[in-house]
Structures are given as C-alpha cells and as structure tokens.
Design a protein around this ligand. Structure first.
Ligand code: ZN
Length: 437
C-alpha cells in the first residue's frame, strides 16, 4: 500500500489555525497538574477526539510519585499604599509555578528572598517552577525589582496543593498495521508560546490531518506534562511499548531559528535517518545533535530500559534562544510561517516513515531493458528525466530485499520523494515486488 501523507492539506491554512490555537491557549496557567492543564486538553479536544486520563496523586510510577495537584486562583504583592505591584492576573509567569498558599505581610528584605528576576534582560519576566520542593515566590522584571521601595508588602498567593490528579491527553489513530509512531509534546508551561504551545498546536493539527487520511502506521499522540508525564505514561503503558517503531518529541517549533534534530539514543534508527534526510534536502540551514540525557521527554523514552527510537524535533533548542523561559517567549516570537515550515518538514519525515519499504528486483540478472518497456516515456512527466533514470538504476540494483528506499536514497544522493515515485513506476511495470517482513 502506498501512503501519501500530505494529501489534501494546505499547510499555509493550517499554519494560521495552529497560530490561532496557540493564541487561545496562551493565557492559561498550565502546570504539571491542575485545571490549566485540563483546560488546555479540553481546548485540544475541540480539534481531535482526545482521551483525557487522570492519574491519582501518590501513584507510584517507576522511581517517581505522581505529585499533589496544584491550582491557583489569584496572586499579588501589594505595597504599603495597597497598590498591586505584582499581579498574577497581568501575567501568570509572575508566580513561581507550584507556589504554596501564602497570605502575610513582610519587609522588602524578606520578600526579596522569594523574588526572581533576569538582571541581563531587565524588561522580561522569568519563568520559574518549584514542583518537588514546597516553596512560594514571584517572578518579575528586573526593572520592577529595582523600583521596589523599602517598605512593608502584603503577599498573597491563593493556591492549593492537594491530593488530586495528573492529567494527560492521548489520541490513537489506528493505521493499517498495529506498529506505531509516537508523537509526544509537553503541555505544562504557562504563558510560553514557543516552548510548549508551538509543539502542542503542531501535534494537534498533525493528528487532525492524520485522522482524516489512512496512514499505514498507527499513530499515538500524547499531550503530557514534562518529565513526570512521560514517566507516568511509560509506567502505565509499558505492556505495549514494543509497538512503537518510530517517535518524535515535538517542541519549540514556531520561532525563526533553524531546524534542529536531536537523535534518538539508538542514533541510527529509521526516524533518525528520515529526519536527517529531510533536513539535508530542505535547502535550509539545520543542525543535527547527538543524543544526550538532557532536554525534553526523549530523556524518558530513551532511558536505557526503554531505548525507544524517539528523537526530538525543534527549531531553536531549549536554553539557546534569549527568550527561552521568559515572558518574551510570546505570540510575537512564534509566527505562522515558521509553524508552516516545521509542519511541512514533519509531513516529509512521516512521508518517508510511511513509505520506507524494501523491494525485490524482479529482473535481477543484468539490467532490465527499460526502453522496450516504455519506461522512458512513462517517466516523461517527471521533471528531470536523467535524474529519474538514475533513480531507476539505483532502485533496481539495490532492491535486493536488504535495502530500504531511504537506504537507496542515501546511497544515490537522490531525494527520497524521487526514489519513492520512481519505485512506484517500477512497481506498476512489475519490475519490483514489495518485500513483506
Ligand atoms: Zn521549558
């Protein structure tokens, strides 16, 4: 079976839908648990039929425990005149994520121990969390901090940290076969557009598209809080993890930076080869990174006990762009054109994954005579006849049951798309037969 992964999609239109979803989700105060995360999943549910799972606080997941659920309603710091000088309703980044309840008065010096700023970027608010150590705090611009007078402040955080649940979303698209492609994105950051929302939105619209076509692989999309979410998901789904044949963690896909791909721990998995091929032929600058045990949820998928073929696809990697984890990772940094470019590349990657098959040359003793079969005229419509002829020769020679189309593409230096289309023609002329595993 042939799958055309890009069928019926207008990436430009989708890029604006992706941007609109990012805009809708941007104000929610997400965290690794709680109602901000739930609201996010319910918004995604308007686009794809998501299954929303709730895992109880205290559940043991490998070496970790699902934490208490955190929710926040309001938070501020008032000066002695009763003016709110830091206000959660202005930006949810103002509160140290997972801050415990507090309601007290204190002098500036005591308050300062709980304030976080970025002296190098004095206009931006940093994003800080304290998930596993009970604490409270406020994040503010350094300019705001410098303007604080030595007086008494009223500090109020109306939050709760109680037994509850960790929430995650999952969407399974059955394909022709049970083998799966796993697409994962973290969904736990508050108002940060590139780091979390771009991945969420891209995954949502990719899932929507794949749900409308008939892919050969089954696809599993998971929208999870970072680290604890993937650990929880792996703990609960360990029994059928061997179905995962390829996977991508999607993150930071809407900024102007060049594409980056961090390889799976395996390093030479099909997904690694597919992504590298697409980037090599993109005509754009890109960077390939070796696997390292630091970054996003690929850390868990690629832990030695799982070692799944899952890489991480992104534009600017975490920590490398100045807006990372600050209020400047906003709706201006992310733009539809970059989302569109990321989306197109992912479609090309999946096009390879779906069609990277092995064939057997049906006329392996010497080259078949292509002219007498009318193959030259059959390929006349293709843009570059000479290139297509080369593609035919490469495919015929290496279709020995041991080489995939991508292997042949790499050997020949020819683009996968041309190799695939040419293989389709050779199939029609009965010069190839698909190898069944
Ligand atoms: Zn982050």
């Amino acid at each position: 079976m042939k799958t055309d992964i890009g069928i019926g999609i207008n990436v430009n239109d989708v890029s604006h839908e992706m941007y609109d979803l990012i805009t809708d989700l941007y104000p929610f105060c997400r965290s690794i648990t709680g109602d901000g995360l739930r609201k996010t999943l319910h918004s995604i549910e308007k686009h794809i039929p998501l299954t929303i799972n709730e895992v109880k606080s205290g559940t043991q997941v490998f070496d970790w425990t699902v934490p208490k659920e955190w929710n926040i309603r309001d938070a501020y710091v008032k000066n002695s005149n009763g003016e709110k000088i830091i206000d959660f309703s202005q930006s949810n980044l103002h509160v140290l994520n997972y801050s415990i309840f507090i309601n007290m008065k204190m002098p500036l010096n005591d308050l300062k121990a709980h304030l976080f700023t970025l002296p190098d970027r004095p206009e931006w608010i940093p994003y800080r969390t304290s998930y596993y150590k009970e604490n409270w705090g406020f994040c503010l611009s350094h300019n705001q901090l410098l303007a604080l007078k030595d007086e008494e402040y009223e500090v109020y955080i109306d939050s709760s940290l109680e037994e509850g649940h960790l929430t995650y979303g999952e969407y399974y698209i059955p394909g022709e076969k049970e083998d799966e492609v796993l697409i994962s994105c973290h969904s736990c950051h508050p108002s940060l557009a590139n780091d979390n929302l771009a991945g969420i939105s891209l995954a949502t619209f990719l899932a929507k598209h794949l749900g409308q076509i008939s892919p050969s692989y089954s696809y599993r999309f998971i929208f999870i809080p970072g680290t604890i979410g993937s650990i929880t998901w792996l703990a609960l789904n360990e029994a059928h993890i061997d179905k995962i044949k390829h996977g991508l963690v999607l993150t930071c896909l809407g900024d102007p930076g060049k594409s980056h791909y961090k390889k799976s721990r395996q390093g030479h998995a099909s997904i690694d080869k597919a992504v590298i091929h697409v980037l090599q032929h993109s005509g754009q600058d890109y960077e390939i990174q070796e696997f390292s045990p630091y970054g996003y949820d690929e850390r868990q998928f690629c832990s030695p006990g799982f070692n799944l073929p899952v890489g991480c696809f992104m534009r600017s990697p975490h920590g490398t762009y100045p807006q990372y984890h600050t209020s400047a990772d906003n709706l201006e940094l992310v733009q539809p054109q970059y989302l569109a470019d990321s989306f197109s590349k992912i479609l090309s990657i999946l096009q390879i994954v779906e069609n990277n098959k092995k064939y057997l040359n049906q006329n392996p003793k010497c080259e078949p005579q292509l002219g007498k079969r009318g193959l030259y005229s059959a390929i006349g419509g293709l843009t570059d006849t000479k290139k297509t002829e080369m593609a035919m020769l490469w495919i015929l020679n290496f279709s020995d049951g041991n080489h995939t189309l991508l292997d042949i593409s790499e050997k020949s230096g020819l683009e996968f798309d041309l190799i695939k289309k040419t293989a389709d023609t050779l199939l029609e002329f009965n010069l190839l037969k698909e190898c069944m595993d």
